[in-house]
Design a protein around this ligand. Structure first.
Ligand code: ATP
Ligand code: MG
Length: 664
């Protein structure tokens, strides 16, 4: 590329635009693009004042802060540092005595369909009692507690209870192996592990406590004094005398009142390990004040939350989305939310739609991987198509976790949202704490596959490798130019890795997100083109993986999912290898060759001959993290014919690697 060596060629053209629904605009918190621009201008004119105002309005401070942003030790930024507050107090106590007190906080639907509701008042009592139980076990402010729990009310209560006493939690997804759990317990130096005897997923009873035992037996976890076990099912599990305690025993006799432990705004509320799509997971450390501010503000802006909403974020509490938009944001904002224990395909792939109808969900927030799998399911079985349920309660849809392919976006928009609900395609990361680039439902005209524009106060840009801003239309590296309150504070125990990973010297002190992006020439909208690690270089053209994948998925009669990687090639520098999941049984021999050819020509027609995959492989699935993200780094090894020697602790489906290694 003549203009810049680091420009990423962008070929995907998306002309469809959907203006916001006027009924939504009329009553939105941020109503219309002028209102959005006014907020951006406010942040530009007085950056610290912008954040200070919102921190005072949205949070209850035990001791008010006097300094907004402390930049004295960049990139270790501090926000509201001399202020004191408690996250659990902000999520629960402050609603008492308001109309929210008797409002339903959580509608819980268990795997088997049983429904439980708790009000804010009841939740406060449960959290307080749990907090007292932890205290009685000697857990105190500053201690780390690992939570390895199913997606249940108790999981959220455990997190809130830690926050209440100033203990820093680290939630580990209940699908992780003993080894992955052990590594996280050790890295965090946890004094206690909170778990359940078993969890219920898809009608199956799966062990949790047994895996904790295995993890602790692996060694290196000497800091752990107690394992608190919630009895989810009646099956027996091993209990180690002196170390293990049943939750019901620990709760017995404890008061349902527990004064919150007020902490400094920078006190680490939690550590959460990233999903490991690109390498070894990092222990991302978040603050209390700045984090909670953004969790609440984005609930109000991105989801335009109203008192009457029934909010449903399907993410597990093991992921950042389940922290910010299940355990903290909705509660801080006083919302009613749905929590679901099970999986979207049990008892059948209509479960999500059935639950939306049943609980009259108004805001629904899920991941592209779930959407793609439900499209595939309803294409093969009409009985699980969303049209079979009444989804008229919905007013806003959201997407998170990966770029959403335009064709999956269109299906979600049409068949789930009835062409009435905007889709907020929220770009953010474990490290950012909350949404960064996203449409606002009552303001932003939508373009399928684009996360559109940064939120007010977020100074996102696309730069080359020296940190110079790229013109619109040219892809580059996504950065954030100024700090923001909910940003990562450090990598737990590894401040050097924090500096190197996120604030590399060449980038002028900007925050490096690790994703490639391009802004559209007409609107300046951001579109994520893939991870920087995944950029392809074919005959000198640098391309993001996302566009080729989206072109493949746009062949809607054939393709359910696709992942694209590069392989060294003598002729072109790198050759494109595509791994494809079809909407039909795995093809063999001639049939496979013929479909591969058809897809190659399709891509050439959709985005250009340069993007034609040289090699196409078929599989029944793609290697994914347990949060459902495609692990392209493993596919790169397969494409090169290498053995996999990398960290696969977060891989969901190891057997799929063998299938994909076969050439057609
Ligand atoms: P690791 O950092 O260990 O590789 P990870 O990046 O998958 O794991 P997360 O923090 O859960 O861990 O995911 C953040 C990433 O997910 C973003 O950097 C981006 O690549 C992707 N992502 C999230 N939301 C969107 C979105 N709306 N559009 C495009 N990409 C998204
Ligand atoms: Mg990441």
């Amino acid at each position: 590329m003549a203009e810049s060596t680091s420009a990423i060629t962008s070929m995907l053209v998306e002309n469809r635009v959907f203006d916001p629904n006027p009924a939504l605009v009329a009553q939105a918190r941020v109503s219309g693009m002028d209102a959005y621009r006014a907020l951006c201008a406010e942040a530009e004119a007085d950056f610290e004042g912008f954040w200070a105002k919102r921190a005072r309005e949205l949070l209850a401070w035990h001791k008010p802060f006097t300094q907004v942003l402390d930049e004295s030790n960049k990139p270790f930024y501090k926000w509201f540092a001399d202020g004191e507050l408690n996250a659990s107090y902000n999520c629960l106590d402050r609603h008492i005595g308001t109309p929210v007190e008797h409002k339903t906080a959580i509608i819980f639907e268990a795997d088997d369909g049983a429904v439980t509701r708790v009000t804010y008042k009841e939740l406060l009592a449960r959290v307080s009692q749990f907090a007292n139980a932890l205290k009685s076990l000697g857990v105190k402010k500053g201690d780390r507690v690992v939570i390895y729990m199913p997606m249940t009310i108790e999981g959220v209560v455990a997190m809130q209870a830690c926050a209440r006493i100033g203990a820093t939690h680290s939630v580990v997804f209940g699908g992780f192996s003993a080894k992955a759990l052990q590594e996280r317990i050790q890295d965090a130096g946890a004094v206690a592990v909170i778990t359940a005897n078993f969890q219920m997923r898809g009608g199956k009873e799966l062990p949790l406590k047994g895996i904790v035992d295995e993890a602790l037996a692996l060694g290196g976890c000497d800091t752990v004094r107690h394992v608190v076990v919630w009895q989810r099912t009646s099956s027996a599990c091993n209990m180690v005398a002196g170390r293990d305690v049943w939750l019901h025993d620990a709760l017995a006799g404890q008061s349902t009142e527990c004064p919150p432990e007020f902490v400094g705004a920078e006190h680490p509320l939690f550590i959460l390990y990233t999903s490991g799509s690109t390498g070894k997971p990092k222990g991302v450390q978040h603050s209390t004040g700045g984090y909670l501010l953004w969790a609440q503000q984005t609930m109000l802006w991105t989801f335009d939350l109203k008192d009457s909403d029934v909010f449903w974020c399907t993410a597990d509490i093991g992921w950042i989305t389940g922290h910010t938009y299940v355990a903290y944001g909705p509660l801080a904002a006083g919302a009613t939310q749905i929590i679901f224990e099970g999986v979207p395909t049990y008892p059948n792939a209509g479960r999500f739609w059935q639950m939306i109808e049943r609980h009259k969900a108004t805001i629904f927030y899920t991941a592209p991987t779930a959407i793609r799998s439900l499209i595939k399911a309803s294409d093969t079985d009409a009985a699980v198509h969303p049209k079979n349920w009444d989804l008229s309660s919905l007013r806003i849809l959201g997407s998170v976790g990966e770029p959403i392919n335009p064709e999956a976006w269109m299906w979600y928009y049409k068949h789930v949202g009835g062409e009435r609900c905007p889709i907020v395609d929220t770009f953010w990361q474990t490290e950012t704490g909350g949404h960064m680039i996203t449409p606002l439902p009552g303001a932003t005209p939508l373009v399928p596959g684009s996360c559109t524009l940064p939120l007010p106060g977020i100074f996102a840009a696309i730069v080359d490798e020296q940190g110079n801003e790229m013109p619109h239309g040219q892809g580059g590296i996504l950065v954030v130019k100024k700090p923001w309150p909910s940003m990562i504070r450090t990598i737990w125990g590894d401040p050097e890795r924090f500096k190197k990973s996120y604030f590399p010297e060449e980038l002028k002190g900007y925050y490096l997100a690790g994703d490639g992006a391009v802004r559209s020439e007409d609107r300046g909208y951001f579109r994520i083109t893939g991870r920087i690690d995944d950029v392809l270089n074919v005959s000198g053209h640098r391309m993001g993986t996302m566009e080729i994948e989206s072109a493949l998925v746009a062949k809607t009669d054939l393709v359910a999912e696709a992942a694209v990687v590069g392989r060294p090639d003598d002729l072109t520098g790198e050759a494109i290898v595509a791994f494809v999941v079809l909407k039909r049984p795995l093809p063999q021999g001639e049939e496979a060759k013929q479909i591969a050819n058809e897809l190659r020509n399709w891509v050439a027609k959709e985005i250009g001959p340069i993007a034609k995959p040289k090699d196409i492989r078929f599989g029944e699935n793609l290697p994914k993290t347990r949060s459902g993200k495609i692990m392209r780094r493993l596919l790169r090894a397969i494409a090169k014919g290498e053995a996999i020697t990398q960290d696969v602790s977060t891989l969901e489906n190891p057997h799929i690697l063998e299938q994909l290694a076969k050439t057609n």
